[in-house]
Design a protein around this ligand. Structure first.
Ligand code: FAD
Length: 438
């Protein structure tokens, strides 16, 4: 009997076990998933909790209920992986031997990495929304906040869902308008990036959307400290950003056991081949989702697109066949822009987000890099797809590899740009290299 152990039952780990279980015969394979939490959280919902658009019951389910009944669940915290002994050690002393290991322990916010932030988060005016508790605490604060200087801040890239802080700024603008206090609020977006976002076409569009909404952009902010008592954020270049209410995205890092097990980079992400997701240090270990150090965005959509190819590759690898379904860095993200609208971006390792339609050429119905109501409805509807289609391991009717169909190529000299209509249109090589390195 061969043993597959999957670490983490979040988005990626749950899809991995629910996809692989029916493909691996019960008489030959035993599958165990290890998870520290009893609750599975739909993290994209954390953006909506502070504004009352989603409720706690929309974003939480018991972990056991998300897993196939024929997969073993071990509830506990992973302490380290002993690669020589092929054993996972839990903090409570339990040991789990494995033949193959999939690490899907994601990434989490680390306030301790920024001087002053942990203390500031214990007070009333500094908040985060990358945890369930943080999003609920922000909801309570916003309910009767009278206005003042509202700053949205990103400590360092990469973070999961790199567009989430921009969405927070756009939704806050919309929320304060609806409450009739927008004129009493100064909104600022402070980022370590040189602009609103990483890549030229989207950075320009998102930057102009900040301007239209009277949200001041504070670029190149490398945070030195956050002083919750003095209500000021200090940057290494000497800038001081005062606030009455700060919503910060702390430094994100992979799980500590990854570093302790000698598998991680400097941010504790598992070093993998970016196309096969196989560890570069150990050919019995894969990493899927945010836990991997691929230069793709850290997003649930990426985990979903990865799992498609990973499933086939895993079956090939354990049979001694070559892995041929290579991950291309495909990601797509809705960007809530307030007022019941959203944008959609779709990109991969080689191609930056481009305008057009998705998933079908001309028809859409989603609009790429353009605000629309249908995009917003798509983002809200995604929650149901997540719980009922993606997590159970059912197939979504969208290709795992990025397609150029429907995308509009950037204009070159004397050319207005061209729409790509054929569904099988190939991806042009390196429109912009390495999008995900943000
Ligand atoms: C505010 C917010 C908005 C977002 N919006 C979007 C969006 O619109 N679209 C999108 O595609 N993505 C979005 N994301 C990102 C998305 O939620 C993540 O990228 C996705 O959940 C990654 O899946 P994962 O399985 O890699 O990690 P996770 O889902 O985080 O799962 C990791 C699991 O590992 C467990 N774990 C960690 N360490 C240990 C340990 N030592 N022992 C035992 N268990 C452990 C954790 O408890 C967790 O259950 C958003 C995220 C946030 C925070």
């Amino acid at each position: 009997m061969r043993r597959l152990v999957v670490l983490g039952a979040g988005t990626a780990g749950t899809m991995v076990v629910n996809r692989l279980r029916p493909r691996l015969p019960h008489h030959a394979w035993h599958i165990t998933v290890v998870e520290q939490s009893d609750t599975h959280y739909y993290q994209p919902g954390y953006l909506f909790l502070p504004f009352g658009t989603m409720r706690p019951r929309d974003v939480r389910k018991p972990v056991r209920a998300t897993l196939r009944h024929d997969v073993d669940l071990v509830t506990g915290t992973i302490d380290r992986v002993d690669r020589d002994g092929r054993t996972v050690h839990l903090q409570d002393g339990r040991e789990l031997p494995y033949d193959y290991l999939v690490i899907a322990t994601g990434t989490s916010p680390r306030p301790a990495e920024t001087p002053g932030l942990e203390e500031a988060l214990a007070g009333g005016d500094v908040h985060e929304f990358f945890t369930y508790a943080g999003a609920m605490r922000l909801a309570a604060r916003l309910a009767d906040w009278p206005g003042g200087r509202f700053v949205v801040h990103v400590a360092e890239m990469p973070i999961k869902c790199p567009v989430a802080p921009l969405e927070m700024a756009f939704l806050a603008d919309s929320f304060f308008r609806e409450r009739g206090i927008r004129d009493a609020v100064d909104l600022t977006y402070a980022t370590p990036l040189p602009g609103a976002f990483t890549k030229p076409v989207s950075a320009e569009l998102l930057g102009s959307m900040l301007t239209e909404r009277r949200i001041a952009l504070e670029p190149d902010v490398v945070v030195e400290s956050i002083d919750g008592d003095a209500h000021v954020l200090r940057s290494f270049d000497g800038r001081e950003i005062p606030f009455d209410l700060l919503v910060t995205i702390p430094v994100n890092m992979g799980a500590d056991f990854v570093a302790r097990s000698g598998l991680g980079d400097e941010l504790s992400y598992v070093r993998v081949d970016k196309q096969t997701l196989l560890s570069v240090d150990d050919d019995r270990i894969f990493a899927v989702g945010d836990a991997a150090d691929t230069p793709a965005s850290k997003a649930g959509s990426v985990a979903h697109f990865q799992v498609d190819g990973f499933t086939e590759n895993f079956l090939a690898h354990v049979d001694g066949r070559p892995m041929t379904d290579l991950f291309d860095g495909h990601a797509n993200c809705f960007i809530e822009s307030g007022g019941g609208k959203a944008l959609l971006i779709d990109f991969n390792y080689e191609t930056e987000p481009l305008p057009g339609t998705y998933p079908l050429p001309r028809v859409g119905p989603m609009q790429l890099l353009r605000e629309s109501r249908i995009n917003h409805l798509g983002k809200l509807a995604f929650r149901h797809l997540y719980w009922h289609v993606l997590l159970p391991g059912r197939r979504m009717p969208v290709p795992a590899h990025m397609s150029m169909a429907g995308k509009r190529l950037p204009a070159t000299d004397g050319d207005g740009g061209a729409a790509v209509d054929r569904p099988d249109a190939p991806t042009p090589v390196s429109i912009v290299p390495s999008f995900g390195e943000d």
